[in-house]
Design a protein around this ligand. Sequence first.
Ligand code: B12
Length: 350
Amino acid sequence: MSEEASRSRDIKALARVLGADCVGICEARATPESRRFGDWLDRGYGGVMDYLERSRAKREDPALLFDGARSLIVIGLLYHERDGEEGAPPANVSRYARGDDYHDVLLDRLRALGAAIEAREKEPFSWKAWVDTGPVVERVAAAYAGLGWAGKNTCLIHPEYGSYLFLGVIATDLACAFDEPIGDQCGTCTACLDACPTGALVEPHWLDATRCIAYTTIEDPGPIPADLREGHGGHVYGCDICQEVCPWNHRRGRVVPDDPLGLRVHFEAREAWRAPTLHWLLELDEEAWRESTRGSAMRRSKYRGLMRNALVAAGNSGDASLRQPVERFLTTGDEMLSEHAHWALDRLAT
Ligand code: B12
């Protein structure tokens, strides 16, 4: 066995022992799909997510991540293993955000993996680890590393585990043997494109983030575009619809890997966020919000963003008993929230 092959074998074994549900390795190089990231930005699909533009060159070509970067080790951790709990009305928090912040959980695993590889190697080498926030198009890396394929909904779909997987990457200058991509398995299915309530999946494999509920409710601090509000339904933080309808997440005999380190407990829904009511949400003050989002990925929208989202969900609920909690936002002095409250009240009046 070559040195590269035995290194890759050992790294993958270490990753599994350290809690990765799946792991693969690909070359750190530009591919047609990583280059497509630039086309996506040029179409304006990135909206206000300026940090993506700033790291464009590295995302398009991972060889530029640092001097000598050669290999990308990609791990995946399952965060939702059960069928069901689909879009629990009336206020739905997407699955990825219901438990502890995945950035912390995965980064901790990647650092442990990096340290374990250091212990294995005789010579010093460079490595960097990222979860979500690094300048890497992680789904492309994961697809090339053989973890699954990028579906028409753009999500990385593992053939056995489905798409509710978090990804994390270590880039290193170590020479490794690479895995093979497994290729697209979506076939003729268009369930995700048909189901997206805001038409964000403009064509297979192309998501206009500015229309995606995950973007409007989390990433964009501004008002939710009026033409998209109805499509938001009860979604108050992110959205899973394009994954909920994906047959690969409902396959009979879908495998759930063992979890010997008990990592998945981190991703279990906190009581507050499993199925919050709109009454509770609209009455939540900033202090209580801070308390209930400690160590959670739900901090990203900020308190104001969550209230804005809850007002849209209230307007969509048809529940006139929400008029009173909505009215409190008319007098907070916040123009954006007041406009959303007016919108909700108009709809609750009819
Ligand atoms: C910006 C961002 C968003 C934006 C834009 C998403 C988008 N589709 O572009 C918004 C805010 C909308 C978003 C939403 C969500 N996100 Co997000 N997001 C990111 C981030 C930071 C960058 C993504 C990016 O570069 N987008 C630009 C487009 C062009 O790239 P892409 O979406 O990755 O799409 C690539 C693939 O589809 C691939 N591809 C397409 N066809 C083919 C064919 C082949 C052969 C290959 C190899 C590849 C390939 O090429 C595209 C790039 O060119 C990544 C973390 C990271 N650093 O990569 C997380 C990440 C993609 N997000 C993640 C998650 C969990 C979500 C949500 C599920 C959260 C939620 N429930 O609300 C939703 C899913 C919505 C969706 N359908 O994408 C996970 C996805 C895990 C997975 N299994 O796919 C990531 C990887 C974070 C992580 N570390 O786990 N996200």
